[in-house]
Design a protein around this ligand. Sequence first.
Ligand SMILES: NC(=O)c1ccc[n+]([C@@H]2O[C@H](COP(=O)([O-])OP(=O)(O)OC[C@H]3O[C@@H](n4cnc5c(N)ncnc54)[C@H](OP(=O)(O)O)[C@@H]3O)[C@@H](O)[C@H]2O)c1
Length: 326
Amino acid sequence: MSRVVVFDETGAPEVLRIVDEPAGDPGAGAVRIKIEAIGINRLDQMMRAGMSPRPIRLPHARLGIEATGTIDALGSGVEGWAIGDAVIVTAVPDMDSNGTYAEHIVLPVDRIVARPAGLDATGAAALWVAYSTAYGALVEKAAMQPGHHVLITAASSAVGLAAIQIANQIGAIPLAVTRSAAKKNTLLAAGASGVIVADHDDVVEATHRYTNGAGADIVLDSVMGPGLADLANAAKRFSGTLVTVGWLDPRPAPYPASPITMIRYMSFEHTLDPVIVHRITAFLTAGIRTGALRPIIDTVFTLDDIVAAHRYLEQGHHTGKIVATI
Ligand SMILES: NC(=O)c1ccc[n+]([C@@H]2O[C@H](COP(=O)([O-])OP(=O)(O)OC[C@H]3O[C@@H](n4cnc5c(N)ncnc54)[C@H](OP(=O)(O)O)[C@@H]3O)[C@@H](O)[C@H]2O)c1
C-alpha cells in the first residue's frame, strides 16, 4: 500500500488528507518509485486552491509534480535501470491523477533521470522544477550569454535563486528583485550582483543604473501584475527579452508597448522532451559537481505535515524551496 495525499474539493490547505491506496505495479516501459522526498511547488498550491491553469479531476484529486526516491519495481522492457537506483522525477503532466505527494508513484521510464551524485534526498527534491524552469527560460528560450544582465523577479523563490546560480554558472550578471528589504543580504550572499527592492526602488531606474543605461538583456519574471510594464521598460530596447514564468500577482498585467521580445514559458515544453531533458540533466549535473548549483532549502516538513507545509508556502516568507520527506 501507499500513503497518498488527496483532496475532494478545492480550498484552504485543510482540504488535503492522507489515504491508503495500492502502490500499483508498473506496466511495460514503466517503473515504480519509492518516494523519499517531494518538492512543494506554487502550482500545487494553485491547484489545491482552485486556481489551476487547467481543469482538474475532482473528487479524490492527487497533487504534486516533483519527487525523488529509489526504483522499487521495474516493468517489462525497462533497460538501463535497476532496483535501488536513486532517481529524480522530471515531469508529471497528469498530477491530479498521479501526483507525487505519496509514498509511491508509477511512471513511464522516460520521466526519470539519475539523481546527481552529491545531492541527498532533500536536496534532490529541491532541484528539478526550479532549476529546469530557470534553465529552460534563460538558456533554451532567451539564449543567455556570458556578460548578459539578467533581471530576476521573486528572486528569493526557488526559481529565482536557481536563476541567480545558473546566470553565474554561465557568466551572466544576475540582478535580483524582491519585495522585502530584509532579504537583500541573503540574495547578495546567494550570488546576486545587485538587489532591487521593488517596494522602495524604481525598478526601471535601478536597472538602468546597474547596466550603465543599457537595460537588462533578459528579464525573468514570476510576478506579472501591474509591474509588468516597468519590467518591460527595464529590458534593453529592441534586443531585450522578457520571459514570464509565473503570475504571483493576480492583478491584471498591461501588455507592454516596449520594443522587446516577450515569451511566456511553461517548463513542460522542455521536460516532456527527452532530448531537452538530456541537455537539462547534463547542465544541472555539471553544476552540482562543480558546486555552482546548490539547491537552497528553506524548510523541510514531513508528508504528515502537508497541511502545515501548504500554510507556510501561502505565508510567502520563505527563501528557497519547501520540501517534505516521506
Ligand atoms: N513556468 C513554469 O513552468 C514554472 C515552473 C515552476 C515555477 N513557476 C513559477 O515560478 C514562480 C516561483 O515559484 P517557486 O515555487 O520557486 O516559489 P514561490 O514559493 O512561488 O515564491 C515565493 C516568493 O515569491 C515572491 N512573491 C510571492 N508573492 C508575490 C507577489 N504577489 N508579488 C511579488 N512577489 C511575490 C516572494 O519573494 P519576495 O518576498 O522576495 O518578493 C516569495 O518569497 C511561481 O510564480 C511559480 O508559479 C513556473
